[in-house]
Design a protein around this ligand. Structure first.
Ligand code: ATP
Length: 245
């Protein structure tokens, strides 16, 4: 069953992917509408990160199709995906610790027209005044939360149509988690779609329109984020009983 939402921006149909001979994803279907925020939940090892990697060409898709903005993305690769507006902020705020905040952002904009780069950097910094104030500091001088903001800002530099965020709350204090997830809510208000991998179920649901849960490389549940009884359904899906799709 597919829940109908706004016009599909991302349409993932029956994809399989893995690492060498290890198959991890087994026929995954996921859909994200334009401007929608969708959470991707599931226990450790469910395949959430693997799915994001497969969507942006960091891993080969061995079966099924990935369509984004009506284009076949299967062979687009990471660069082609980013150019199309499908932007992946990987887990663990990977930034360049020796480069300044500004240079980290300019690097994320390296293939944009030169005259646009500075404006894009300012646009991304305007979302995070906390790091705008430290624009000349090296990335390594920032706190963990600020480094996560910088990682998200690197994604925003590309003006994504769909931002894939992999556990942006990992390692952050509760206040900073709210700050970073608050930005997700703001992005929705500006029409940017987000596919959010999170362990913090309640916080993720609070900013999401819809949710998918994965277990053992499969989607085992999809629902609206405000659906009554969702917590119980998620619990069952996590623990593998009566996984209702
Ligand atoms: P987590 O919340 O722990 O990150 P996840 O749902 O994102 O979980 P994945 O990281 O996608 O799960 O992992 C899915 C499966 O793929 C796991 O069994 C994991 O051990 C395996 N896996 C992940 N990365 C690799 C890799 N580089 N090489 C081989 N196997 C991997």
């Amino acid at each position: 069953m597919h829940i109908s939402g706004p016009e599909a921006l991302l349409d993932v149909c029956g994809i399989s992917a893995g690492y060498g001979k290890i198959a991890v994803l087994h026929g995954v279907d996921v859909r994200v509408g334009a401007g929608e925020v969708v959470s991707l939940l599931g226990p450790n090892g469910a395949g959430k990160t693997t799915l994001l990697r497969a969507l942006t060409g960091l891993l080969s898709v061995t079966a099924g199709s990935v369509r984004f903005a009506d284009r076949d993305m299967k062979d687009a690769g990471p660069r082609g995906s980013a150019r199309a507006g499908l932007v992946h902020v990987v887990e663990g705020h990977r930034i360049f610790t020796q480069l300044s905040v500004t240079d980290n952002l300019l690097l994320a904009a390296y293939d944009l027209p030169r005259r646009e780069r500075a404006a894009r950097v300012e646009e991304a910094l305007s979302v995070f005044p906390e790091i705008a104030a430290k624009r000349h500091d090296r990335g390594g001088m920032l706190s963990g939360g600020q480094q996560q903001m910088l990682a998200v800002a690197q994604g925003l530099v590309r003006r994504p149509r769909l931002l894939l965020l992999d556990e942006p709350s990992a390692g952050l204090s509760p206040v900073l988690v709210d700050r970073v997830l608050g930005v997700v809510a703001d992005l929705r208000d500006t029409g940017t779609a987000v596919l959010l991998v999170e362990q913090l179920i309640d916080k993720a649901l609070a900013v999401s329109d819809r949710v998918y849960a994965m277990a053992q490389g499969r989607v085992v549940l999809q629902a609206r984020a405000d659906e009554p009884g969702l917590h119980q359904r998620l619990e069952r899906a996590y623990f593998g009983e009566a996984a209702a799709a």
